[in-house]
Design a protein around this ligand. Structure first.
Ligand code: SF4
Ligand code: SF4
Length: 337
């Protein structure tokens, strides 16, 4: 059944029954703490599940005058379900999958984890102050065709795409309810700030050298916390431990760190915080959309929440948009009008 309505009790019972298979992100847990049963494993972001902080990539040894190399892709085939918010799901489906799976090279370790992970998107009925998903083409009800989608509706839960019959009991949605649901969706969308103008990535690209970047970036202390928690940031480093035998480790890296672009010649093309922070903004809001057709930011607001100096990427993008010459209203202006 593609669409159905289930009771809150059915939902809680089913999740509690399979609690070992369910994970939940910190953001989804915060938003739906009264709906989800206690005791689910909480992860900071979905990235942590498909692209962990560190992992072994291969082991090597020199034996009988030749090198032996063994790839260490895991072989865990347990199916897991991850509760997450629409913006976090968009980060996995568009940006992380886009980077690790849809290019010429498929990252085997990523694929091993991703193919066994089913996303269960919990649609948002309210928008926390730090979110701005609609600015970057998302919505509180964003979902894709592959994921299960759950949304509170008329004292029940609307469930879409439960092809594994995870929540098998349910009532088919009738025509009246469908109309009411579409109305609720339209009403919610009408309140949202509009997306950035379609030619924003191109125009931003042309404003790389502006002096305003200095003012927009000086406060950031380059601690990297935002990039580690960002569900779309995927930079990593490969380091080798051992000489005649050892292993290669893949660990998260960050464009905020001075050594990220340090050349062996000791030249650094991004020598100060200004270049590093500008790179972060340009990559997410210009290079990726121009190259791949999607923003590298899903508007979750996590970076703003975690930042020790309250540096706000949304504010920077909105100020840049105004600087470029768009007459946009900021999210704050839109929501308070
Ligand atoms: S840049 Fe910030 S708001 Fe955008 S996806 Fe990353 S953490 Fe979320
Ligand atoms: S924006 Fe904030 S969290 Fe990110 S590197 Fe700068 S100071 Fe750290």
């Amino acid at each position: 059944m593609r669409e159905k309505l289930i009771t809150l009790e059915t939902f809680r019972k089913k999740v509690a029954e399979h609690s070992d298979s369910f994970l939940v992100t910190e953001q989804a847990q915060k938003m739906y703490c009264t709906l989800l049963p206690q005791g689910l494993r909480v992860v900071k972001t979905p990235k942590e599940v498909v692209f962990p902080e560190w992992e072994e990539v291969y082991r090597f040894s020199f034996q009988d005058r030749s090198w032996k190399l063994t790839e260490t892709a895991g072989n865990d085939s347990t199916l897991r379900f991850l509760f997450l918010l629409p913006c976090e799901a968009k980060a996995v489906v568009e940006v992380l999958d886009g980077n690790f799976l849809k290019k010429d090279y498929v990252d085997k370790n990523y694929w091993q984890r991703r193919k066994n992970l089913r996303l269960v998107i919990l649609g948002c009925s309210t928008m926390p102050e730090t979110c701005f998903c609609s600015l970057v083409g998302g919505s509180p009800l964003w979902r894709d065709k592959e994921s299960i989608f759950v949304f509170p509706f008329q004292e029940r839960l609307y469930v879409e795409n439960d092809d594994l019959a995870l929540f098998e009991e349910g009532k088919r949605i009738d025509a009246e309810q469908r109309k009411a649901l579409m109305f609720a969706e339209e009403e919610l969308k009408a309140k949202l700030p509009p997306s950035l103008p379609p030619d924003f990535p191109q125009k931003l690209y042309a404003h790389f050298e502006e002096t305003i970047w200095k003012e927009l970036t000086w406060r950031c202390i380059n601690c990297g916390a935002c990039t580690f928690l960002c569900p779309t940031c995927y930079c990593f480093d490969l380091s080798v431990d051992g000489r005649l035998q050892g292993l290669a480790l893949k660990t998260w890296d960050s464009c905020m760190f001075p050594k990220f672009t340090l050349h062996a010649s000791s030249h650094n093309p991004r020598p100060t915080g200004k270049e590093r922070v500008r790179q972060r903004v340009m990559h997410k809001f210009s290079y990726l959309p121009l190259r791949e057709g999607y923003y590298g930011c899903v508007g979750c607001g996590i970076c703003r929440e975690i930042c020790p100096v309250n540096w706000d990427i949304r504010e920077v993008v909105e100020r840049m948009a105004k600087h470029i010459g768009y007459s946009i209203r900021t999210c704050q202006e839109h929501l308070s009008s």
